[in-house]
Design a binder for this molecule. Structure first.
Ligand code: ASP
Length: 412
């Protein structure tokens, strides 16, 4: 069993590397063959995998949060866990942006190289307004929330149902059992779908890498280096620190065991699609309590996006530098605040972080067209930041779960 599990991780990583190699090779040496292989091979393989896991997201969030809330039993405990989770999410996101802006100011990627701003363009379209997201958190129609896959609304509804199940006890035992069995079915399906992960990862990465314009990467190299360095730094310092000091576990053990979920996030660029996998991995391999994982990870996949905030922090400084605009201290604080809010409002799907960047730029009167500069290379960075996004949720889940275990031991 153990051999089988570690071999799946290895297979996923091989799929990821092969996808990257094939994508780069086709892009460089057979650019004419790429569109055919992509339409008939890579995209279908990737799509089948991504659709299969996305299919599980809404039922898993609904069932597991109902069970998680009912499993916690007492609303006070729910309040305590909810509070610690949200404080952790907000604090770590703020730390992420501070790391990002500091690195961008020190390395100053926007002042090195020639950037042509005469014809860049970007239309922000309809970036969701954060206050709307917060106000809409209570669903008017639960079925609409489910069909639209509106995560925050589903979370609220599931918490309410969970509380009712706890209060009604024996009377609603039938429904409780039904939800529990539904959850079992979904978790079983996650394990099944994960068997396809190595192939899905291969297809998704081959498409993403093969369709890149590598020419654009040269000009944007330093910007990309700063974003990736900030992602790695935040991962090591903030999450490493969380695992080591708060959860009292070994960070290397954490990364090794959580790697399959990180690879799936990397290839799908979607926290939301990765959710079933990241929950299963946290429970099975990191030993996170089911009731905590049910609650912390879906919430995190929706509102906690440190990787996205890092890209936004670096991008804001970069765009200011390219346009020769000096940001004041007050403006930098505004960026921190708006990027934390943007992280809450960003949906866990590919590319939304870039749309929310428009809001951050507008808050300090920077030109939104500047996004046009980083548009071409954002797909690759999206992969890396999504990996970090879900890692933050897992680090938080592990910390809260270990803290609860200690409390239980002390009570026993
Ligand atoms: N793709 C990211 C995620 O799903 C969001 C973003 O930064 O665009 O976590």
């Amino acid at each position: 069993m153990k051999w089988k599990k570690s071999s799946l991780t290895t297979k996923i990583i091989i799929g990821l590397l092969l996808g990257a190699i094939v994508g780069i090779a086709l892009n460089q040496f057979a650019p004419n063959a790429f569109p055919y292989l992509d339409s008939y091979l890579f995209t279908p393989i990737g799509k089948i995998f991504i659709n299969l896991i996305t299919l599980l997201v809404v039922p898993i969030v609904l069932f597991s949060i109902i069970l998680g809330t009912a499993g916690l039993g007492d609303p006070k405990k729910l309040g305590r866990i909810g509070f610690s989770t949200i404080v952790y999410f907000l604090l770590t996101t703020a730390i992420a942006i501070i790391i990002a802006m500091t690195l961008a100011n020190v390395i100053s990627p926007g002042t090195k190289g020639n950037f042509d701003i005469s014809n860049v363009s970007f239309s922000a379209g309809e970036a969701p307004v954060v206050t709307d997201t917060l106000l809409n958190i209570i669903p008017k129609n639960p079925f609409a929330a489910l069909t639209e896959g509106n995560m925050l609304q589903i979370i609220i509804m599931a918490v309410l149902i969970g509380l009712a199940l706890t209060a009604l006890g024996k009377k609603t035992k039938g429904i409780f059992d039904l939800v529990e069995q539904g959850n079992e079915i979904m978790m079983y399906l996650v394990t099944l779908v994960m068997k396809l992960a190595p192939y899905g990862t291969f297809g998704l990465i081959a498409t993403a890498v093969g369709s890149q314009g590598f020419g654009a990467m040269k000009a944007m190299g330093l910007y990309m280096v700063v974003v990736v360095a900030a992602l790695i730094l935040h991962g090591i310092v903030t999450y490493g620190g969380t695992v080591l000091f708060l959860a009292k576990k070994n960070p290397i053990w954490f990364v090794k065991n959580f790697a399959p979920a990180m690879s799936v996030a990397f290839s799908t660029s979607s926290s939301s699609a990765t959710l079933p996998v990241s929950m299963e991995t946290a429970r099975e391999k990191l030993g996170v309590k089911d009731s905590i994982s049910s609650f912390v990870q879906p919430l995190g996949a929706t509102i906690n996006m440190d990787g996205t905030a890092i890209m936004q922090g670096v991008a804001t400084i970069f765009i200011a530098q390219v346009y020769g605009i000096e940001l004041t201290m007050a403006q930098m604080l505004t960026v921190i605040l708006t990027a934390v809010l943007a992280s809450i409002g960003t949906a866990g799907v590919p590319g939304v972080g870039l749309i929310m960047l428009a809001m951050v730029l507008t808050s300090v009167n920077l030109p939104v067209e500047g996004i046009g500069l980083i548009l071409g290379i954002d797909r690759l960075l999206d992969m890396a930041r999504t990996s970090l996004n879900i890692t933050g949720d897992a680090a938080c889940a592990l910390f809260i779960s270990e803290q609860e275990k200690v409390r239980e031991q002390m009570r026993a």
